[in-house]
Design a protein around this ligand. Sequence first.
Ligand code: SF4
Length: 259
Amino acid sequence: MTALEDRPEVRTPGEGGVPLTTEPRAPRATAGHVDSSAPAFTPDTDPLDVIRWALAAHPDLLMPSAFNLNGVVLLDLAARAGYRGEVVFVDTGFHFPETLATRDRLAARYPEMTFVTLHEGAHPEDGQTPPDLYASDPDACCAVRKVAPLQAYLREKAPSALLNARSRDQAATRADIPFVEAGSARVKINPLAHWTRERLEAYAREHDLPVNPLYWDGFLSVGCWTCTRAVRPGEDARAGRWAGKGKTECGLWAGENRL
Ligand code: SF4
């Protein structure tokens, strides 16, 4: 499948009234990636306090986003904390129209931020790569369509820190992320590290945030339509990403080329 109109039909999982659920995990001990120069935040620290600290410590902070539930909540919190920087989105050429519409709704809602869409990566129709590279080599596909353009942009902008929306209960691979994560190139600030999906949903509803409508159809984590399915009851929030491909992360936040 290479054309958007061939994308799989969006279906709601949990037929028969079985509710979707991803049980929050108990926080585990933070392992080895904490920025020791950061304050001694606790799991109960308000994400707003983490963002305010980050804005003071890293005024050149920059926020990449894919506009998932976590990202939308983080955007709203960042706006309340005073973030006025860029929100950077990578257009792979494979995004759901609902995702692009969510981006546009957010840009209209938060005019105090600058929404940047990067188109510089390899696209399905530009002849640089096989359009169905996602099927034959999804790691290479993410590398050229998603990771490379964002890495290039970050080299140009050179922020000292990134504001990131990951949370521990999204997947086993994220179960240990700290609020402030050291990195060789830049610090990653993860204000939502300890928030559960239920808490994020409650916040989004309370503040009437423009969540990607696919989320409420069971797409708890939305990426390219070629590599995303709805989550089944009891699965991790990210279980619908690259399902059956032995891949759990795109490479932006894990792996040797991580941001
Ligand atoms: S999510 Fe899929 S289509 Fe999108 S860049 Fe990664 S492998 Fe390619």
